[in-house]
Write a protein that binds this ligand. Sequence first.
Ligand code: FAD
Length: 379
Amino acid sequence: MLSINQLSFWERETYFQNIDFLIVGAGIVGCSAAIHLRKKFPEAKILVLERGFLPMGASTKNAGFACFGSVTELVDDLSTMPENEVWATVQKRWEGLVYLKELIGEKNMDFQQNGSWDLIDSQVNNEDCKDYLGKIDYLNEKLNVISKHTNVYSEDKNINSKFQLGGIKTSFYNNLEGQIDTGKMMLKFHSLLVENNILNLSGIEVLDIQQEENQVSVKTSIGEITTSNVAICVNGFAQKFLPSEDILPARAQVLITKPIENLHIKGTFHYQKGYYYFRNINNRILFGGARNLDIYGETSEEFKNTDLIKNELSQKLKEIILPNTNFEIDYFWSGIMGVGKTKKPIVKKTSNSIAVGVRMGGMGVAIGSLVGKECADLF
Ligand SMILES: Cc1cc2nc3c(=O)[nH]c(=O)nc-3n(C[C@H](O)[C@H](O)[C@H](O)COP(=O)(O)OP(=O)(O)OC[C@H]3O[C@@H](n4cnc5c(N)ncnc54)[C@H](O)[C@@H]3O)c2cc1C
């Protein structure tokens, strides 16, 4: 790879001189921030730097659930977080999804509102099950205020026969949840960068960022760049730039089956408070989760699939999702999220000319484009 001081006059002038906004990270948040900066500053020179040849975090690796909270997830959150924070997060997810649809277009990301099911198996005792059922009216009231839809959640007892699952005693249906084609969404984000005359360079890693008196100095793998402003949108990789913030990388592992004849599963599914999730992608199953089995080991920036989680996913796929169906696992992959003690993302200025938008948790499809906009609005 050439360094900046080996580049031609044209290359230096076009890409690396007089930059008004440099955005680190070309995931959902970085792309959205760049697009919003263009709306606010029509004449600005905006450069997005991405270290991978593709975005190398979570935005092209996720499950594509357009989700804002399942019954067991919300009840669990209500037991660990202040009530107003839980509903503020749901509201943000809901508004974020509305916003994502506006920005990308439902068709462009193949948005399908097939509904979701939160699966309850025999490990959930009857007391807890009753507790979930007793809270459905309350959850519906809250969701009505946020979404203006009534009866979003309901119990669906016919889950086993409908989808031929194994060992599930009941489920909570959410009629508003949808699914997207993650790849198509990112393609559209990247084409919006081009349409908006935003420079987008891949394969350049940012190593250090320093606020100076009237500019920001950015050390990269190809040399030093100066810019007027920086937006840091690196999610799970933010620790090196923000060592005092509560943000850790969180690996998530996923598998996909080969196409399955007459697949009877359609929609998105949550299991064990969202620690497991699966959906159909046409006639395949995408299945991920189980990081709760090894939280310490999965607190990692390394893209890797471990035997522990591969075996767990393979077993649950056979026992719960496809107990009576012949299938083959096609392959596994992993992605890296950014998490902290709370679910709230970090969106703020860290100096005069540097802003951050990070810590999307497992919610970045829903909230990422809104967080990108909020980050851009800090300038
Ligand atoms: C397996 C999996 C399943 C998921 N499923 C869902 C789901 O169904 N629904 C949902 O809402 N969310 C889901 N998520 C979460 C969601 O994908 C993320 O929250 C979202 O993509 C975060 O977007 P981002 O732009 O903040 O981060 P990222 O997509 O991680 O983008 C950050 C970018 O910064 C780049 N970068 C990092 N450091 C540097 C550096 N030093 N220099 C240059 N570039 C750098 C990275 O390469 C990366 O491309 C899932 C995540 C995973 C991993």
